[in-house]
Design a protein around this ligand. Structure first.
Ligand SMILES: NC(=O)c1ccc[n+]([C@@H]2O[C@H](COP(=O)([O-])OP(=O)(O)OC[C@H]3O[C@@H](n4cnc5c(N)ncnc54)[C@H](OP(=O)(O)O)[C@@H]3O)[C@@H](O)[C@H]2O)c1
Length: 345
């Protein structure tokens, strides 16, 4: 018989609601508990979506021995603190992206998972999307020849509201950690870690980074051109340019995208069939967590600790070039003044 897992939600915000709705698609997922900093909010969330229990603090949630898996859906600034809270209570933990504010925090979270022999994974849902997996398979087959360039964007015109996390520097605000992380992920999975990084950055009304253009160069001479922004809308596509053709993950490439390919000699592009998804697509990462737990793992081989660390290290290097600092999280280092000065220019 398939083992059932009791899921708990930590932080009842926007993404928590979408994720929890998709959990209902999984027969081995039990919607068990939801926790908020405010009991009424937790009760409302639990009642509306169908969780058995509601807690008015995150600590009460992790102290419940019946909770098997916690999904952390708080702002990036709090992932480190909340992951340590879950892991030290031996709760399997699925933590939203950006996994942490910097690589140092990510390393501490991973060390904590290992010390407590407890499962931990970044909730990078794109890694599990049928379209992304299909695109990866086509690129790896080299049917289109060697990959030379990744071009990826993710932008939308965000509400200019300083009270929301997107423009709040103390909550890890700015487009980079929120949506720029997706183009970085597309290039990381296809080309690995870059040898050179260059950026252009625009800061917004709260002094948060608002738009960023990133150019990466790799040891094999491949390159990537990546963009994220809260200032305008974009086509939200990822293209892989290869020696014999190209592949494009179309609109909303990070989730339920359509794939187009063009090969030398073809008159027009072709659409590659991809299985349609149910719900929003968050169930794939949740199902994978339960498969890992069935197998007694504390680390996913698909979304490994190394992928998460590589991604955070690239983000740190991008921030160093762009002069993006999160004062409450980044170490005071000799070059911090330099970064701040660069930003003031
Ligand atoms: N994978 C995806 O597709 C996707 C999409 C959107 C967002 N995300 C990620 O999910 C995380 C949450 O994003 P969201 O859009 O759901 O944010 P949100 O709507 O602002 O919700 C975040 C929740 O975190 C809790 N929280 C705890 N400490 C907080 C603090 N100091 N300030 C504000 N909220 C705090 C709050 O829940 P309580 O008040 O209930 O405690 C709040 O509702 C982010 O890291 C984001 O990158 C992922």
């Amino acid at each position: 018989m398939t083992k059932q897992y009791r899921w708990a939600i930590l932080g009842c915000g926007k993404i928590a609601r979408k994720f929890a709705e998709d959990l209902k698609l999984l027969p081995n997922a039990v919607l068990y508990a939801a926790a908020s900093r405010n009991l009424k909010r937790a009760q409302q969330f639990a009642n509306e979506i169908g969780f058995e229990k509601a807690y008015g603090s995150y600590t009460e949630l992790v102290e419940d021995p019946k909770v098997d898996i916690v999904y952390i859906a708080t702002p990036h600034s709090h992932h480190h603190e909340h992951a340590l809270l879950c892991l030290t209570h031996k709760k399997a933990t699925l933590c939203e992206k950006a996994f942490a504010i910097n690589a140092r925090e990510a390393r501490e979270m991973i060390a904590c998972a290992k010390e407590n022999n407890t499962f931990l994974m970044e909730a990078f849902w794109t890694r599990f999307q049928p379209a992304f997996l299909k695109a990866t398979e086509i690129l790896e087959s080299e049917k289109l020849g060697k990959l030379k360039m990744v071009r990826s964007d993710f932008a939308f015109n965000a509400e200019k509201d300083a009270s929301q996390r997107l423009y709040n520097i103390d909550l890890g605000g700015g487009s980079l950690l929120d949506i720029g992380i997706y183009p970085i992920f597309a290039s990381l999975m296809a080309l690995g870690k870059p040898t050179e990084i260059k950026t252009h950055t625009q800061f917004g009304f709260t002094n948060c980074e608002e738009s960023i253009i990133m150019s990466f160069k790799y040891a094999n001479n491949a390159m990537a051109s990546l963009v994220s922004s809260f200032a305008s809308h974009s086509s939200i596509q990822t293209e892989y340019w290869c020696e014999q053709g190209y592949l494009r993950l179309n609109k909303r490439w990070f989730a339920n995208a359509q794939i187009s390919i063009w090969e030398k000699g073809m008159e027009l592009e072709e659409v590659v069939p991809v299985e349609p998804i149910e719900g929003k697509g968050y169930q794939y990462e949740a199902a994978h967590v339960m498969q890992c737990l069935d197998a007694g793992k504390i680390e996913s081989d698909m979304m490994s600790f190394q992928i998460t660390l590589d991604q955070l290290e690239i983000l740190d290097r991008v921030r160093a070039d762009a002069g993006i600092v999160f004062p409450k999280h980044d170490f005071k280092s000799p070059n911090e003044n330099e970064l701040l000065a660069k930003r003031a220019e």
